[in-house]
Design a protein around this ligand. Sequence first.
Ligand SMILES: *[C@@H]1O[C@H](CO)[C@@H](O)[C@H](O)[C@H]1NC(C)=O
Ligand SMILES: *[C@@H]1O[C@H](CO)[C@@H](O)[C@H](O)[C@H]1NC(C)=O
Ligand SMILES: *[C@@H]1O[C@H](CO)[C@@H](O)[C@H](O)[C@H]1NC(C)=O
Length: 308
Amino acid sequence: MTLTFTVTWIFWLCQIRGRCLSQVVQPRVPPGQQVPCFYIFGDSLVDNGNNNGILTLARANYRPYGIDFPGGATGRFTNGRTYVDALAQLLGFPTYIAPYSRARGLELLRGANYASGAAGIREETGSNLGAHTSLNEQVANFGNTVQQLRRFFRGDNESLNSYLNKCLFFSGMGSNDYLNNYFMSDFYSTSSDYTVKAFASVLLQDYSRKLSQLYSLGARKVMVTAVGQIGCIPYQLARFHGNSSRCNEKINNAISLFNSGLKTMVQNFNGGQLPGAKFVYLDFYQSSQDLSSNGTSYGNSLWLRHAF
Ligand SMILES: *[C@@H]1O[C@H](CO)[C@@H](O)[C@H](O)[C@H]1NC(C)=O
Ligand SMILES: *[C@@H]1O[C@H](CO)[C@@H](O)[C@H](O)[C@H]1NC(C)=O
Ligand SMILES: *[C@@H]1O[C@H](CO)[C@@H](O)[C@H](O)[C@H]1NC(C)=O
């Protein structure tokens, strides 16, 4: 970690025995870094090691994962960097954002990554693969982080909030609610409980509540990603066609419904539902379509192996 913080120790007159030292932290943003902090929520597309210590099939801390990553197999579900690793670099962060499972103390001021492979918006999503941290728990973990940060700000909620308001938040959820829930009817009942349209609607209501909780905890600049074309990943092609000739349009159509609702939700948040918030809708559906049609021109298409 090359992070620099200005830590000032103040001797503090106090009545409570023994507690006469109070720490004041003024986070100093390295030159060229565009935001002071970056907090990440999501699934295996952005998980960077939170599942390493838990019992699950959705784990990636072994080769060939990480073969093109300087740190080797870290728990990232990819050969190299994740999307948010690249984004952190573009934003000028000197090092990647640490997984929440390892982030400690002052490091939390520059951000943390709460993402967990197999996680979904719904609590039960992904449990076919084992343990993981659902979105609900990821938001709760961020709540714990905020409590820790409050201590660094000596309980000054106003300063803490004005700090958090400058941070960037990333939320990429939903793929597993389809892959490892709705379209896995031998394990989950959602496809008999809901039509595709009703499912997208309950999913979005749930998601909206959780994003609003992040807002209540201080998030103001939030990137929300659409679900990609998961009907085209080999996991699905193998399950539905037994060959790689065609995408599963039933899944892609379901995803499109979810995505269009998500876009509306973002517009509503920005349109006054969450005052002062700036949400950005990131069209992963289009970019993944580009990747699957034009994969070779991007050098590799390892992302397509993605199953969690
Ligand atoms: C700061 O916010 C927390 C959580 O909302 C609250 O429990 C606490 O009382 C607040 N502190 C002050 C000084 O307002
Ligand atoms: C691949 O799947 C498609 C769609 O089900 C089918 O029409 C085609 O015959 C299959 N090709 C092979 C080689 O199995
Ligand atoms: C694939 O790349 C070509 C050339 O850059 C572009 O015109 C086309 O729109 C891309 N396909 C998709 C699905 O984005």
